[in-house]
Unconditional design. Structure first.
Lengths: 114, 116
C-alpha cells in the first residue's frame, strides 16, 4: 500500500527560529494534505496541495509540493509557542468507487522553547 | 460547514465490555466514513472504511469481528469495540467524506478509550 515517510520525528527550536518538516513518497501522489494536531487534540486540516510544484502560504506557514509530486514540505517562519504540536502529512489516493483514502506520515512533533 | 461530531469524547470501561462510538456528519451527507486509531506518540492508522448501506472494508490486521462498524445512514457511522481489553485503549478518530465533491475528509474530535 501507499507509504509516506516523514522527517524529522522530533524538532526542538528556540522561539523565533524557523522549522521545516519533510514528506516523501516512492510513488507519485495525486495530492497531499497537511494536518496539525495539538497535544491532546485531534488532527486539524491545514491545506491540500494538488499541482506539481505548487507553493501555498498561510501567514508564517509555507507549503510546497515537489515537481514530481513525490515530496512535500511545510516550513514555519519565526516559530511561536502557539505552533507547538505534531504536524502530519497525508497522501490522498483514489481508492475506487468515488472514494479517497488518506495515508498519514508518522508526523513531526514540534517543541518551541520560549 | 463540514462539521463532524463524535460521541462519547472519552470513555472508561472494564475489560470484557463493549463500547460503541458514534460518528456523525452534522451538515453534510457522507457516503463514506473512515475510522482511525492513534496510539500515544504515534500517527493515525486507518482501521476501516465505512460505506453507507454496505459492509465496511477493514485494513490488514484489523479484526472485523472485534471492531464492528455500522453505517446505517448518510450521516452516521458507529464503531463498536467488542469485548474490549486494555490493549484496545487508544484514541479513535473518525472522518467523513462528503458525498458530493468528496475528496477532502473532515475529522471528528476523537474518542479516548481507556479499558481497565
Amino acid at each position: 500500500g501507499q507509504q509516506v515517510m516523514q522527517i524529522p520525528q522530533y524538532q526542538h527550536v528556540q522561539e523565533g527560529e524557523d522549522f521545516t518538516t519533510y514528506c516523501n513518497s516512492s510513488t507519485t501522489l495525486s495530492n497531499i494534505q497537511w494536518y496539525k494536531q495539538r497535544p491532546g487534540g485531534h488532527p486539524v486540516f491545514l491545506i491540500q496541495l494538488v499541482k506539481s510544484g505548487e507553493v501555498k502560504k498561510q501567514k508564517r506557514l509555507t507549503f510546497q509540493f515537489g515537481e514530481a509530486k513525490k515530496n512535500s514540505s511545510l516550513h514555519i517562519t519565526a516559530t511561536q509557542t502557539t505552533d507547538v504540536g505534531t504536524y502530519f502529512c497525508a497522501a490522498n489516493t483514489y481508492s475506487g468507487a468515488g472514494s479517497y483514502q488518506l495515508t498519514f506520515g508518522k508526523g513531526t512533533k514540534l517543541s518551541v522553547i520560549p | 460547514g463540514a462539521v463532524v461530531s463524535q460521541h462519547p469524547s472519552w470513555v472508561i470501561c472494564k475489560s470484557g465490555t463493549s463500547v460503541k462510538i458514534e460518528c456523525r456528519s452534522l451538515d453534510f451527507q457522507a457516503t463514506t466514513m473512515f475510522w482511525y486509531r492513534q496510539f500515544p506518540k504515534q500517527s493515525l492508522m486507518l482501521m476501516a472504511t465505512s460505506n453507507e448501506g454496505s459492509k465496511a472494508t477493514y485494513e490488514q490486521g484489523v479484526e472485523k469481528d472485534k471492531f464492528l462498524i455500522n453505517h446505517a445512514s448518510l450521516t452516521l457511522s458507529t464503531l463498536t469495540v467488542t469485548s474490549a481489553h486494555p490493549e484496545d485503549s487508544s484514541f479513535y478518530i473518525c472522518s467523513a467524506l462528503p458525498s458530493l465533491h468528496g475528496e477532502t475528509q473532515y475529522f471528528g474530535p476523537g474518542t479516548r478509550l481507556l479499558v481497565l
